[in-house]
Design a protein around this ligand. Structure first.
Ligand SMILES: Nc1nc2c(ncn2[C@@H]2O[C@H](COP(=O)(O)OP(=O)(O)OP(=O)(O)O)[C@@H](O)[C@H]2O)c(=O)[nH]1
Ligand SMILES: [Mg+2]
Length: 392
């Protein structure tokens, strides 16, 4: 399953985001290092279900009237302070929790109401733009320390006549999620001496930075937008490539209210409807959330995960079916499964995502929207519905 990790300064709202996105019961507190051990759970990205192109909706748990929720792993780690890679704060153990993450959400307290250590200060006192940079730097240096620790082994291997730098680096970096292609492309970008023994710290840092960007790209979540000075959100938007303003607290309140039947709201909606009787105080709270949603197009929690998967990682959703006219599996469930795949994936890649046996036995595939056989080189598009024919 694709894995999204929440990283960032203590007290920025990571666990609140996690709690809202998974509805799991975790600790939230207005002080640094509330979270010590990482929380792992299942959340979802939201997309349009292919059933919207048919007369009937799926009626699936993961499809609410055509809003399709595709499972992803969400990880909530301990807060990160400057110097963490050398052991400050809770040290770098939590950085190791990020090894299998495909993408990072850097949750920033956009209100400026917590200092760089995560301690509460007056709103506006701290500049949140600083928190964008230091998290990135800490992650780069963490990776650089892994490279440093293992460099001796690369040097040793380089004495062998059949030494291959790409292979040695892949060995070293596969653990943080680097592929053969990541290593090859990274080496193409860098200037470096042929002989590993001649590499300097700068060479290793440049390698680590490049690999980090490829294996752990970052979306910035400008959280606490409900109390943030507008200027902070605007400046944050300019400080990174992908920035999503959010109120994790607001999303949590809405999900709880929806569960209690008080509001009609599906995660990722840009607005909600109040259904039941609410107290004046509740109504006030909900109206405040509505104002923030109107300004930013939603609470930002669902939007941040969607941006990470669909924009930054550039993934698509593909739906394998067994019956290409009814779009069902063997039990008659409509569009039972959804798989997230990198753009450019082919029907055979989808077969492997379903099961390695199905991939091994793959013979051909049928586009269930068009009811025709498609070539093995077809690049699947968002919302592809595919029947895979496999010997297994
Ligand atoms: N106003 C406002 N407060 C929020 C929001 N999200 C979280 N908070 C508050 O911020 C404080 C910290 O929240 P946590 O979710 O525990 O933060 P964390 O990043 O997990 O903190 P550590 O586990 O210590 O690293 C709590 O008091 C939350 O209620 C938000 O969107 N708006
Ligand atoms: Mg926490």
């Amino acid at each position: 399953m694709l894995s999204i990790a929440l990283a960032g300064k203590p007290n920025a709202g990571k666990s609140t985001f996690y709690k809202a996105a998974t509805m799991a019961d975790v600790d939230v507190g207005n002080y640094p290092f509330t979270t010590i051990d990482a929380n792992r759970g299942v959340s979802h990205v939201r997309t349009e279900c292919p059933c919207l192109d048919r007369e009937e909706r799926c009626g699936d748990d993961d499809c609410r009237d055509g809003k399709r929720y595709v499972p992803v792993e969400l990880i909530d780690v301990a807060g990160l302070v400057p110097g963490a890679h050398e052991g400050r704060g809770l040290g770098n153990q939590f950085l190791d929790e990020l090894t299998n993450a495909d993408v990072i959400l850097n949750v920033v307290d956009a209100s400026g109401g917590t200092n760089e250590e995560g301690e509460p200060v007056e709103v506006g006192e701290h500049d949140p733009v600083e928190d964008v940079d230091f998290v990135e730097t800490e992650m780069d240096l963490w990776l650089a320390s892994i490279v440093d620790r293992n460099w001796e082994s690369v040097e040793r291997q380089s004495r062998s006549p059949d030494f291959d730098l790409d292979e040695a680096l892949l060995d070293l970096l596969a653990g943080v999620g680097a592929s053969e292609l990541d290593v090859a492309r990274t080496l193409r970008e860098l200037d470096y001496p042929e002989d590993p023994i001649a590499w300097t710290d700068d060479h290793r840092e440049a390698l680590a930075r490049e690999i980090r960007q490829r294996t752990k790209p970052i979306v910035v979540v400008a959280n606490k937008a409900d109390v943030a000075p507008e200027d902070n959100v605007e400046r944050l938007r300019k400080a990174a490539e992908l920035v999503v303003p959010a109120t994790a607290d607001g999303e949590l309140a809405l999900r709880k209210a929806a569960e209690a039947g008080v509001v009609d709201y599906d995660p990722g909606d840009s607005d909600f409807e109040i259904l039941g009787d609410v107290s004046d105080q509740q109504r006030q709270g909900l109206n405040r959330i509505r104002e923030v949603m109107a300004e930013y197009g939603g609470t930002g929690v669902q939007q941040a995960m969607d941006a990470a998967v669909y924009d930054l990682l550039d993934h698509i959703t593909a739906y394998p079916v067994q019956n290409d006219t009814k779009w069902t599996d063997g039990q008659g469930n409509v569009l039972p499964d959804a798989h997230l795949l990198p753009r450019g994936s082919t029907p055979k890649d989808l077969a492997y995502a379903v099961h390695s046996d199905i991939g091994d036995g793959y013979t051909h595939a049928v586009d269930a929207r068009e009811n025709r056989r498609i070539s093995d080189e077809t690049e699947l598009e968002e919302g592809a519905v595919v029947k895979i024919i496999s010997e297994n």
